[in-house]
Design a protein around this ligand. Sequence first.
Ligand code: HEM
Length: 417
Amino acid sequence: MEPALASPSVDRRTVVSLFSRLRTASGQANPLPFYAELRSMGDVVPAPWGGYLITSYGLCDRILRDRAWQVPDAGWRARQGGATRWNARSSSEMGRTLPALNPPHHTRVRRSLGNLFDRKSVAVIKHAVEGNVERLLDRLTRKLRGGQADFSALVSEELPMSTIGEWLQLPPADYPLLRSLAHDQVFTQELLPSASQLAGSDVATVQLEAYFRELVQERRRAPGDDPVSAWLRTWDGLESDREAADEAVYLLALLVFLAAPETTSTLLSTMVWLLLEHPRQLGWLRAHPQHIPDAVEEVLRYDSPNHVISRIATEDTTLAGERIEKDRMVHLMVGAANHDPAHHIDPEVFDIRRKAGHLSFSGGIHYCLGAPLARLEAQTLLAALLRRLPGLRVGAAPVWAPRVGFRRITELQVVES
Ligand code: HEM
């Protein structure tokens, strides 16, 4: 790793303009030039709205693994003041879930989940994922006979929802509402949500809260062989009070649901888009399917579903020559860090044969618990696409939602030749 660069004095307006351009349609279609510009401003760039942007792979990686940096927990959110975004209904509720807890609370809750997707559980879920992939590709194939079809709506949005829905044993009739609530809720986790996005996120949070609280009560009344019933058994042993156990399980169910479909749908659409844009590599992959896992990792590196992870300084510190006060937020720009030339050779080249390190599933104690499930879905879908739809091509340029933190392809028209 090269030594961290001190940031030259950065003009605030330059950074504001960069983020405005990043949110335009062309910025969403290709954020890489913006990230290169951001990295050129230094490894630590003061953010015009407060806090700092961390652009290098080395520093992002170090901060994720260093206990001196914490997540923005409920206490930190409360200290920001009632009128700030951090105390909106949606943000306060997120502030009670696993990724917003610090040790020792985080350790206790994470331990209660165990290894959610160990080899044995993944082997069981694999069968269901394969079945769903075949069903969704049957439907896509039928639509393609009539011309263009939207891969995003027909496959990417469906597979992660069915996977998590079946795992949690939710009624399929609820999937459309839950999916739309997840799309609305995510804005509270965005880098710079607008007032109306935040309001939409608050409304979605209230509905999701009612849904998952009721789910916990249902599983109390009729426990079964499902994760929510298993968490209730675990938490009844951890808490003397039944209400506290119910509350802990509600927060787990809410979080696992929010963490899963939004991110995985983006991974699936991005994977198909990037591979169809690189037909020679797709052809090579068809001849070498043992490299499907490497291809998925390169997609995760090249355009991660989540481009920003936030941390808080627990003490006054200095990063790359920049003084950072205790309680300040740093935004780890992992979408930019994954393209840091100090870490990756030719980072702007999409190359499924590289053995890519990436920060797309975070690092340290908050490392994504669902990574094996997301990988399983992407690898299973890719294997089936190679086998079933060799003539698949992009029908029209994809459409991205104007977001910075959580990427989303809203439309990906494909055709079959
Ligand atoms: C491609 C898909 C996914 C991506 C890119 C992703 C990314 C992430 C990231 C970046 C974090 C850490 C945030 C931080 O450090 O502050 C995280 C945490 C988490 N993810 Fe994922 N995720 C994905 C899919 C899933 C799925 C499918 C599940 C569950 C079924 C899941 C469950 C979780 C949980 C429970 C945490 C909290 C871990 C903790 O705080 O200890 N994720 N994910």
